[in-house]
Design a protein around this ligand. Structure first.
Ligand SMILES: Cc1ncc(COP(=O)(O)O)c(C=O)c1O
Length: 181
């Protein structure tokens, strides 16, 4: 397929997040390497954040690609109640990087999922209900994480989850108070 056909097919069949659907015009990406990606017309783009920063390891990182291939050859998935070498070893590595009071790692699918689980764990641990988050914040787009989110993307989820409370954090840079000092 060429870039034009891909763009049109995507516009027709994919719901693109956080966008007015009639206004989108995505660049079709043909290949990527290191900090660069290329569109189908041969234009090269410098991308310092590997798209969304969530996998900011550069495109085509061979060590990561090899590790993924090795895991796929062993198996793609085992359930949480089974022993899995990769999961256990990665958790150990993470725990060893953290301060002493961090005991275990719970792997989730994404950031929103992680935040929702953090809320559940905090509520179970403390027995308390209220969850405070900042108005100037984004915590994910699922229902729970979207309710934690303070910025306007939460509006469609209002009136929201009971116990989720928003507050304004200090932000001296653009606050009116800065002009009085
Ligand atoms: C601060 C913060 N929290 C949570 C999320 C949600 O992560 P995900 O999109 O992986 O669910 C994001 C995503 O941009 C984020 O920036």
């Amino acid at each position: 397929m060429n870039g034009f056909d891909i763009r049109n097919k995507q516009k027709k069949y994919n719901l693109q997040s956080w966008s007015k659907q009639w206004g989108i015009n995505p660049i079709s990406v043909e290949k990527a390497d290191g900090i660069y990606f290329w569109d189908y017309e041969g234009n090269r783009y410098a991308d310092m954040s590997s798209q969304l920063v969530n996998m900011n390891v550069g495109f085509g990182n061979k060590k990561i690609g090899d590790a993924i291939k090795k895991q796929v050859d062993q198996y793609c998935y085992v359930g949480p109640s089974y022993g899995d070498e990769s999961r256990a070893c990665l958790a150990e590595k993470i725990v060893n990087l953290l301060p002493d009071n961090f005991g275990k790692v719970f792997f989730t699918n994404a950031g929103a999922d992680a935040n929702e689980n953090a809320v559940k764990i905090a509520r179970m641990f403390t027995g308390k209900n209220k969850i405070l988050s900042r108005y100037r914040s984004y915590h994910g787009s699922s229902f729970g994480a979207g309710n934690l989110t303070g910025e306007p993307r939460r509006y469609t989820l209002e009136p929201g989850i009971p116990g989720f409370i928003k507050f304004f954090d200090p932000y001296i840079y653009r606050e009116a108070i800065a002009f009085d000092i």
